[in-house]
Structures are given as structure tokens and as C-alpha cells.
Design a protein around this ligand. Structure first.
Ligand SMILES: Cc1cc2nc3c(=O)[nH]c(=O)nc-3n(C[C@H](O)[C@H](O)[C@H](O)COP(=O)(O)O)c2cc1C
Length: 170
């Protein structure tokens, strides 16, 4: 059983709902704490955990959700070495298909640069979109969900993803 922090930023509730489901599923085998990014004091709140699931929806043109803005800047001074991190977040693959779920890629680049090991990549073949900053070698760096166009796929996607990452947390 690992101690996992699930931290999410969500404006209209989609990533929040996913975070809830992810926490419940991970909670079967691990001790999970779920935190809304609007409630953290600083990046130090995240650094208390060696295992993290970080969620952000994508806004603007491929930007992080608003509550990630200050913590993201603080990451430049943070040490994520030794940490196992999984990434997830909501996007809109149709209307915003040129930047679909790009926030995952923004977080990925930063935490990898700061030493984290990222788990939970997802095959992109199940999605239809134009481009995304979250792609590495044809795969998403984490779990993208689309509650606008494909809400019926969310539950299956989350369940498969949690199953894949569950054993990576120790
Ligand atoms: C102004 C605006 C900009 C957006 N930009 C993007 C984007 O660049 N990429 C994307 O995948 N989704 C984009 N979206 C869609 C949101 O990410 C989507 O609605 C998501 O479900 C919101 O999740 P949340 O409720 O967790 O914040 C945008 C939505 C709005 C209204």
C-alpha cells in the first residue's frame, strides 16, 4: 500500500470528477488523499508525497488550468527526483483539437525536468484530434478524457488507466 496524493485543477468540474473516480479506484490498494489545487498553500504540499497523480484540464490554447499557474512557476525550484507521477486531465478534442489535453504535456516537461518518473502513458489511437503537446512517440503522457464529446468513454478509460498505474506506486 502506497501513500498517494491526487492533486487536480478543474474549472467546470470535469477533471474534478475524474480525480474523484481515480482516487476511489486507487483507494482499493493505496492510501489516497485528494486535493483541489485551489486549496494548496505552495508546491510543498505536493512534495510531501512520493507518489502523485496530477490532474489539469486544458485552457486558453494548450495552457494549464488556472489553479496550476503559481504552483507551476514554483516547480522550477522543486525537487521531484524519486517521485512517481501519473498525469490526467480533461480536454475538448473537437473544438480545441489543435491543443487537445496539452496541459498534460506542459506538466510532463516540467516534472521530468525536475527529476520525476512519469507513469501511465496512454495509446492515442482511441482519440480523434488534430494535435497535442501531450504526445510523446505517438502516446499521451497521461490520461486524457473528453467529457464534451466522448463522455461515454470516460469510465472505461479511467478504469483501464488506474489498472495500468496501480502497481507502479510503491
Ligand atoms: C476558452 C476555452 C479554452 C479551451 N482550450 C482548450 C484547449 O486548448 N485544449 C483542450 O483540449 N481543451 C480546451 N478547452 C476545453 C476544456 O478543457 C474542457 O471543457 C474541459 O472539460 C474542462 O475541464 P474542467 O471542468 O476540469 O476544467 C477549452 C475550453 C474553453 C472554454
Amino acid at each position: 500500500m502506497a501513500k498517494i496524493g491526487v492533486f487536480y485543477g478543474s474549472t467546470s468540474g470535469h477533471t474534478a470528477k475524474a480525480a474523484q473516480t481515480i482516487s476511489e479506484l486507487l483507494g482499493a490498494n493505496h492510501e489516497v488523499t485528494i486535493v483541489n489545487m485551489e486549496d494548496i498553500s505552495s508546491i510543498d504540499d505536493l512534495l510531501e508525497y512520493d507518489n502523485l497523480a496530477l490532474g489539469s484540464s486544458t485552457w486558453g490554447q494548450g495552457d494549464l488550468q488556472n489553479d496550476w499557474r503559481d504552483p507551476y512557476a514554483e516547480m522550477d525550484e522543486a525537487d521531484f527526483s524519486g517521485k512517481t507521477v501519473a498525469l490526467f486531465g480533461a480536454g475538448d478534442s473537437d473544438k480545441h483539437g489543435e491543443h487537445f489535453a496539452s496541459a498534460l504535456g506542459v506538466l510532463y516537461d516540467k516534472i521530468v525536468q525536475r527529476g520525476a518518473k512519469v507513469v501511465g502513458e496512454v495509446n492515442a489511437e482511441d482519440y480523434r484530434f488534430k494535435s497535442s503537446l501531450a504526445l510523446r512517440g505517438g502516446k499521451f503522457v497521461g490520461l486524457a478524457i473528453d467529457e464534451i464529446n466522448e463522455p461515454d468513454k470516460t469510465k472505461t478509460r479511467i478504469e483501464a488507466w488506474v489498472k495500468a498505474i496501480d502497481g507502479a506506486f510503491a
